[in-house]
Ligand binder design. Structure first.
Ligand code: ATP
Ligand code: MG
Length: 512
């Protein structure tokens, strides 16, 4: 794990020599722009030109050796293990260099070894491989052109290009953008720039089988694998880390493991006038001795920042936006840029935590299989949510090893003794107050009052109960059009203007 990863990039790989690296695209992310310009060593190899974005001006974006060039955004989380299979110690190698070493030994199969949060481009001879991590946690987009291919970690950067991409296998259309395609999660797409030659290989799939292990063994395995996922995300034992803490079992587990060994941990919680979980978070912070901060934002102020959430996640799903908005708002309130933020996001998907009222184990397992089969493209873990405020975020529950184990555990270990997420609660029992271990789940959009805040604002201007969902959906589409397709800075997109536009489109009268 490099201390300051490359956050994202925008690269053209083509057959024609570039005159320069182009202008800096209208990034939403903030950071140091590092020009990327790679000349082919032999004929047939593509030229690279574009930009990488880093939290640190000393970061290097590209690693090259023996005719292979690698660009890596993000980080790898099992550096020592990767080092051991490529026969080098990982110390002193950047993550891009480690991936390169892996590629030189294993070829494209090397991508199947990687457990990380990354998006990568690898060029060898005349082919280019564009790859996401197992869960596509750094979204990756491309647009094919007659003279090459444009690849970027934010779709908005590619929005203005002309023409339609050919439907390369392993990609699907990005919502609301003609010609831009998103690389699927856990996928490596091989392309020959300037042609329609392409093939895709899967590097990961969510497990469909279920493991039968004793409750004790399951608890121990969950504790171990999560502990490792947290530790590998935190840098050295004295590096400071910030955790977003709600006081629910997911974020509390992460904070408990992060605090182990005396590491200084800062915890932050967000509340609004409609709701907060401050008391529950304080119990955990006091128990673990973290430096704790509470941030409060008016619910109206929160909802008015929706354009930021849409610009970051580049999605049009209003429900998912309600989950992401409180985090975007909280990240924007954290003052020090360059903060490494760890979250408890995502535990509910493999553990079925959202399905509190699903009684039968069969049904619980079905919804888990469904959710694990449909997460791709929701962009819930996009680094842009944090990097637009200058921070780097990471999510231990979506570590590849954690996800493999949690998904595969049989559902009777997830719902047990009338409790959801049983195995996680039991795994953390020794480290957390009993009140935290037994606390019922409260969704991020519920605890912070986000869903009700958006609805309240709409009700206040006269939107009927039956129109709330469709107005939210239509507003999300307009925010997306303006911040992603038209690349307007989110700060300049007025919530009220968008609401007026949607209301008149739907022939609804605004009463202000
Ligand atoms: P539980 O699912 O049991 O409620 P949780 O609150 O930790 O546990 P979610 O509700 O799924 O998990 O929320 C997702 C993540 O978002 C949390 O793990 C936490 O990191 C972050 N989060 C949610 N609400 C807040 C909040 N009000 N303040 C700070 N962080 C939050
Ligand atoms: Mg919660």
């Amino acid at each position: 794990m490099g201390s300051s990863p490359i956050i994202g990039f925008s690269i053209h790989l083509g057959t024609v020599a570039p005159t320069d690296t182009g202008s800096i695209p209208p990034w939403v992310s903030t950071g140091h722009a590092i020009p990327v310009l790679v000349e082919p060593k032999t004929s047939g190899e593509p030229y690279w030109s574009g930009w990488a974005l880093a939290g640190d001006s000393r970061a290097t974006a590209v690693a090259s050796h023996d005719g292979v060039t690698v660009l890596l955004a993000g980080e790898l989380y099992h550096r020592a293990e990767l080092g051991s299979v490529v026969g080098e110690t990982a110390d002193g190698l950047s993550d891009a260099e480690l991936l390169l070493a892996c590629w030189l030994r294993y070829g494209p199969s090397g991508l199947r070894l990687c457990n990380g949060r990354f998006a990568a481009v690898v060029a060898e001879n005349d082919s280019v491989v564009v790859a996401t991590d197992h869960a596509g946690t750094i979204p990756l987009y491309l647009r094919t052109r007659p003279d090459g291919v444009d690849v970027a970690t934010e779709a908005k950067v590619l929005a203005e290009g002309a023409g339609d991409s050919f439907p390369a296998p392993g990609t699907e259309p990005a919502p609301g953008l003609t010609g831009v395609r998103r690389v699927q999660a856990g996928t490596a797409v091989t392309l020959v720039p300037g042609s329609t030659v392409a093939e895709a290989a899967r590097t990961w799939r969510p497990p469909h089988h279920r493991l039968i292990v004793s409750p004790d063994e399951a608890m121990n395995r969950v504790a171990d694998v999560l502990d490792k996922a947290v530790r590998t995300r935190l840098g050295g034992p004295h590096d400071p880390v910030t955790a977003v803490l709600s006081g629910g079992i997911d974020s509390s587990s992460v904070v408990a493991l992060a605090s182990g060994g005396g590491r200084p941990v800062r915890t932050i919680s967000l509340g609004t006038d409609i709701g907060d979980e401050f008391a529950a978070a304080r119990v955990v912070a006091e128990h673990l001795g973290t430096r704790h901060h509470e941030f409060r934002c008016s619910s109206e102020e929160l909802v008015r920042q929706l354009p930021w959430a849409v610009a970051a996640a580049e999605i049009v799903d209003a429900e998912v936006l309600e989950y992401l908005l409180p985090l975007v708002v909280l990240y924007r309130m954290v003052p020090n840029e360059g903060t490494r933020i760890v979250t408890g996001y995502g535990a509910d998907i493999p553990l079925g935590g959202m399905h509190r009222t699903t009684e039968r184990l069969h049904s619980l397992d079905e919804v888990i299989a469904f959710d694990m089969g449909t997460f791709d493209g929701l962009n819930e873990l996009s680094p842009v949510l944090g990097s637009m405020a200058g921070h780097w975020t990471t999510h231990p529950f979506w570590d590849r090893d954690v996800l493999d184990l949690l998904t595969a555990l049989e559902p009777g270990l997830k719902r047990r003794d009338g409790r959801d997420k049983w195995v996680l609660r039991e795994a953390m029992r020794e480290l957390l107050p009993t009140a935290t271990v037994t606390r019922p789940k409260l969704g991020i959009h519920e605890g912070s009052g986000t869903s009700s805040a958006w609805s309240q604002l709409l009700r206040r201007v006269g939107v009927a109960e039956s129109d709330l969902a469709s107005v939210k959906t239509a507003m999300a589409a307009v925010f997306h059009r303006r911040t992603v397709r038209e690349q307007e800075p989110p700060g300049e997109v007025s919530f009220d203007d968008v609401l007026d536009e949607v209301m008149s489109e739907q022939n609804l009268a605004v009463t202000r």
